[in-house]
Design a binder for this molecule. Sequence first.
Ligand SMILES: [Zn+2]
Length: 126
Amino acid sequence: MDLPCPCGTGRAYATCCHPLHRGDVADDAAALMRSRYSAYVLGLDGYLLDSWHPDTRPAVVALEAGVRWLGLEVKRHEAEGPDRAVVAFVARYRVGGGRAVRHRETSRFRRVDGRWFYLDGEVDIG
Ligand SMILES: [Zn+2]
């Protein structure tokens, strides 16, 4: 498993997001954010649900077919307290043969019992 990690750190998947996908605790909200992006790339809908805060977790995550993820850029990572953080990012993707789309979002994360969870996000459509 020497594949480069989809999240774009330049590290191998085996030592980057894979341990989190197996259940390891993320060091911070940015690491959790990256592992969730990788989960979208790899189609790990179970992981997306597991890393979603119970208060806002949907019943299912529908992974769209035909989406090709092109890359992730984490723009900002701010701790707002020991168990609260904000991560702003841009994820690029393409659907079928369409144009590349830039999804800009500022996400909120919460830590519960030592584990980070995605709470919600505001999509920036500017
Ligand atoms: Zn990674």
